[in-house]
Design a protein around this ligand. Structure first.
Ligand code: GLN
Ligand code: ZN
Length: 774
């Protein structure tokens, strides 16, 4: 017998219902009572989706974020969010909750605005959580209502209490992910935290719940002794306080934590059987035989159909080996995949319809059901389903194999020379200077300019066929020339065309490359009400024809100043897509790199002298295990170089990255050998640039001086100050002046005054520095 369960379900809704309810509430169009009613409907819907499972997750619904919910359940609420709110009634609770999450609750909140808590990526996923804040003084106090109220509803809906499996983020993971406001050892708070957890578990047990799922995904990380010890201690303390514990790890192998996890005093262990298939047997042998082993056999991070035959061949020997039940589940919460493939009524993919090999959350639970039936009633009992799955996969395999793409041959013919520029940077710099004649402290922007409603309307009209190619071209060109004129007027040195024709920096390229498919409704929650719809890379990636060249050529024809060609890099395109899993990611990345390389060379041939290749998401691909970083960074950087380094010495390559953590990867950044790197810096303090100084970073750097994440207009003086500070770490001859990131999300009336000030600051500093130099 194999029980089936899931670690969590997408709560945003198949049609993003929760998103729209939240946004209406924030806009003051929905009352708190209506919002709570919607939340209740969503929970009911989530359980309905899981109705065929033996155990149904409860408490994984969240109005914004499950880590934030945990903070509230532990009484760990920032003071600033509580100011003015008594947190007695619903209204006050929501105010404090949304103020922590987003800095304000509703448009005209009586409680006012405050600084939102920090948000960061949940392990290596694209989901962002609200970082808990702690200090040496933090005292936790348990409030189990989050689970109790859901359990009550669960019963009201007619489910039996034995089927409820409350989901809780584990205490050690919670502490590990918290941000300490002062200097102290986070683990000092553990005893107090564990008391709060015990109370919550007791309260849940009183409802008659048999199992809880406690997530400790930090078991996927390489932990030091202290933290491993903390995990051991924590479960010795809380075991027995409440229901039986299913301890869940996911996203990666347990590796060095395997024995620790197997030996913990809990009643069951869930492992990621997709990402750590090699570990299953060892865990099955090591985990005491009376404990439940839950195998996360369906990939919760990707959208491909499960190979059911393979899964059965993995599960069966494990069942034979063990005395206690085997449970089956997706590898992790299904939060990370879209909801329902059935909504895609039209073909997904241009050249071929790939729906037969896809599975979203709902389909993944169906696969689970088929596996469990095959195990309990024999494969004959689900013969039809197994056949169908086998047929889809073998047809897919045949299709992939029959396809002869050129890129496969090109991959065979790669050689060392394709990864290196012709000359070293110092020589290139001279040639580029001759070609570009830039002043000291060249000023530029990162690429996009505000996407006005006119621009968006234009793109929509073209896409829907309301206007033809010629009219679209003409109107877009007029937007581009307007944008260039304005940049010239305020005196920027290296211009951009503004990216008006692009909806999204990855989608724009994906839509033009072979091997990409786009869904219509495959939304995945990124944070709060924000969702993304990642492209699906299903086949070999190739470029059928130039993608940006005619826009770039036109843009350059509007000015005597250099206009940057603007591309998204291969690593970023990879990291922001759902990627085929039948070949290594680095192979797919290499194919994208070759396509971008062709584009780079075409831009160069069209007379573009400066080309920027954005690698906004390079860091996002870093593996969870530190020891695996080196390997990833090596192939990632290699593929960036493959895309960039075919150009002549006189062509200037820029890259841009949206973050400010470079200390631990600086040698790889240097290895990219871009002539200029522009980075986010305006909020970073001197630490970031110190890394560049300590490393003796040789090429040019543009540390952002304009914080584009804020609607504020930075003053000339503030930006001049940042430049003076940057110059403490970086030689004036290496320095560029630019904003932190693209300006797409800002309003025109914010952007132009800010850029004017930026140019003014540049001029002041040029004077100051040239007297220094003289
Ligand atoms: N060139 C892109 C833009 O300006 C870069 C965006 C990004 O780094 N996220 O919009
Ligand atoms: Zn950026």
């Amino acid at each position: 017998m194999a029980h089936i369960h899931s670690l969590g379900f997408p709560r945003i809704g198949a049609q993003r219902e929760l998103k729209f309810a939240l946004e209406a509430y924030w806009a003051g169009e929905l009352s708190s009572v209506e919002l709570m009613e919607k939340a209740k409907q969503m929970r009911s819907w989530m359980w309905q989706q899981q109705k065929d499972l033996d155990l149904i997750s409860v408490g994984d619904f969240s109005l914004y974020d499950q880590v934030l919910d945990t903070s509230f359940a532990l009484g760990n609420i920032p003071d600033r969010a509580q100011a003015g709110c008594a947190t007695r009634n619903q209204e006050d609770f929501l105010a404090a909750y949304f103020k922590t999450a987003r800095g304000r609750s509703v448009v005209d909140s009586a409680c006012g605005c405050t600084q939102a808590a920090e948000m960061t990526k949940w392990f290596d996923s694209n989901y962002h959580y609200i970082v808990p804040e702690i200090s040496a003084q933090t005292e936790f106090s348990a409030n189990p209502n989050h689970w109790l109220e859901s359990l009550k509803e669960f019963l009201e809906e007619g489910y039996s209490i034995e089927r409820a499996k409350p989901v809780i983020i584990g205490p050690v993971t919670y502490l590990y992910l918290s941000k300490a406001r002062d200097k102290f050892s986070k683990l000092d708070l553990l005893p107090n935290l564990l008391s709060a957890y015990k109370e919550i578990l007791q309260a849940i047990a009183q409802q008659g719940v048999e199992w809880v799922q406690i997530d400790e995904p930090i078991l996927s990380l390489e932990l030091d002794r202290e933290w491993r010890h903390a995990i051991n201690l924590a479960y010795h303390q809380i075991n027995g306080a409440g229901p039986k514990i299913l301890l869940a790890n996911y996203f990666c192998a347990l590796a060095d934590n395997l024995r620790l996890a197997c030996d913990l005093p809990v009643q069951g262990l869930h492992i990621d059987a997709v990402n750590a298939e090699k570990e299953i047997k060892v865990v099955a042998d090591w985990l005491p035989s009376h404990k439940v082993l839950s195998l996360g056999i369906i990939n919760g991070r990707n959208i491909w159909r499960n190979n059911l035959d393979h899964s059965l061949s993995v599960i069966k020997p494990i069942i034979e080996r063990r005395e206690a039940d085997i449970w089956l589940a997706p590898s992790c919460s299904l939060l990370h995949v879209p909801v329902d493939l059935d909504l895609e009524a039209q073909a997904v993919g241009d050249e071929t319809d790939i729906r037969s090999v896809l599975a979203f959350a709902k389909q993944k639970l169906q696969e689970l059901k088929i596996l469990s039936l095959a195990l309990s009633g024999g494969e004959e009992s689900v013969e039809r389903e197994l056949l169908q799955s086998r047929k889809a996969l073998s047809e897919w395999d045949a299709y992939q194999r029959a396809k002869k793409t050129e890129v496969r041959q090109r991959s065979q013919a790669l050689h060392a020379g394709m990864y290196q520029r012709q000359s070293i940077f110092s020589k290139r710099r001279k040639l580029q200077q001759q070609a570009l004649k830039l002043p000291l402290l060249p000023s530029t922007t990162i690429g996009s300019f505000p996407q006005t409603s006119d621009i968006r309307r234009l793109r929509r009209a073209f896409k829907s066929g309301q206007i033809g190619e010629a009219q679209y071209q003409q109107q877009m060109r007029s937007e581009i020339s307007k944008c260039i004129k304005q940049q010239e007027e305020i005196g920027l040195d290296v211009l951009v065309h503004g990216e008006a024709e692009r909806n999204d920096m990855v989608e724009y390229f994906g839509e033009q490359l072979d091997g990409f498919a786009f869904s219509r409704f495959a939304w995945v929650q990124s944070y709060g009400s924000r969702c993304v719809k990642p492209p699906i890379i299903y086949g070999d990636v190739e470029r059928a024809k130039p993608m940006t060249v005619s826009w770039a050529r036109f843009a350059q024809s509007c000015s005597d100043k250099p206009v940057k060609g603007m591309l998204t890099g291969p690593v970023t395109i990879l990291n922001w897509s759902f990627v085929r899993d039948d070949q290594p990611r680095k192979t797919t990345c290499e194919q994208i790199a070759l396509a971008i390389r062709d584009e780079v060379l075409d831009l160069e041939a069209a007379g573009i002298k400066v080309i920027q290749i954005d690698e906004a998401a390079l860091r996002e691909g870093l593996p969870l295990k530190r020891s695996a970083w080196e390997n990833y960074l090596k192939w990632a950087v290699r593929n960036f170089k493959l895309s960039a380094n075919g150009v002549d010495d006189a062509t200037q390559i820029h890259t841009h990255m949206c973050y400010s953590e470079f200390n631990d990867i600086i040698e790889h950044i240097a290895d990219m050998d871009a002539d200029v790197i522009t980075i986010e810096n305006s909020r970073s303090g001197s630490e970031l640039l110190q890394a560049f100084e300590d490393f003796n970073y040789p090429n040019d750097i543009g540390p952002g001086v304009y914080d584009i994440h804020s609607p504020n207009t930075p003053s000339t003086e503030a930006m001049a100050k940042l430049l003076r500070e940057a110059n403490k770490n970086i030689d004036v001859n290496q320095l560029w002046v630019n904003p932190d990131c693209g300006l797409k999300t800002r309003k025109a009336e914010e952007v132009w005054p800010a850029l004017k000030n930026m140019v003014a600051a540049t001029k002041i500093l040029r004077e100051e520095f040239s007297t220094q130099i003289a």
